[in-house]
Design a protein around this ligand. Sequence first.
Ligand code: PMV
Length: 333
Amino acid sequence: MKGKMTWESPSNIALVKYWGKKDNQIPCNPSLSFTLSNSITTTSCDWEVRPHSSYEFLFEGHPNEKFGSRVEKYFNSLKEELPFLNSIFLRIDTKNSFPHSAGIASSASSFSSFALILTKLEEIIEKKTFNEDSFLKRASHLARLGSGSACRSLFGPACAWENELFGTPIKAHPVFNTYKDTIVVIDQGVKAVSSSQGHALMNNHPFASNRYEMARENYKKSINFLQKGDCASLGEIMEQEALMLHGLMMSSPTPYVLMKPSTLNVITKVQNFRKEKGIPVYFTLDAGPNVHILYPQEFEGEIEKFIKDNFGNFPIIFDKVGDGPNLKDFELF
Ligand code: PMV
């Protein structure tokens, strides 16, 4: 039995942040995100059932040891849950539509694309029956085991991770179906402290229990604002969440700062522009210095001019909210 398939899967940007986890990628608080549209990983897989397992990993068509060993570790960790991984040849070739370290979570789009491949293989080889919902739920669960926030990339336009094991689509007000996310790439360097180290620092964080309590409240409020289409109230929470995430880093047992001076410059200008114009434009940050600027599509002309005029010396990525993954190619030989 052999075949091939290609999946496209998007990244996502958290509005309420997942920061702090228990064993097996169980989050310490619920989180909420917008699924992106242009920031995607495309992963192709050639596969064949064989007596033993062997994998080949290519990143943008070339072998990449660091990437290969992380994915191999992920596949090996799933052998009990997915027995077909003990007797299969897989050639995985993956590429991102966005530059590496551009402030877009490539682990979310990558691991969700791998999880979709694994779920499809489970359907074919283990003869598991899925409908569309249970297929994506299973893929979300498997994606979570690779990178927590990846479980939110399976559903668009908004996805909640409240059930600890997988993400759930959130029905949002239509204004959010076309919401824009423009990313000002302040710095593309490797972060001094990785997200896994950051999660670990939450274990002994003096503010951990207050943070989790606050995240639960912000999560509940955000779901309500998302459904009502209240961009301003959602935006206020989004900015508080971004600054709280970085505040947690700066107050952790080993304190660190991932923002750069230009990060502060961008967020101050966004806030001033909002006040001046009365337009609901808000920022958020991932675990890095780059700034995501979010706004309704109806204001794109004015806001994009402001962004280009003020931050045009940095690389800028124009993205928007999207619907989730796509199966691009599928063949059984
Ligand atoms: O999924 P991880 O382990 O890379 O953690 C992601 C953490 C943040 O991006 C900072 C927040 C989030 O909810 O996506």
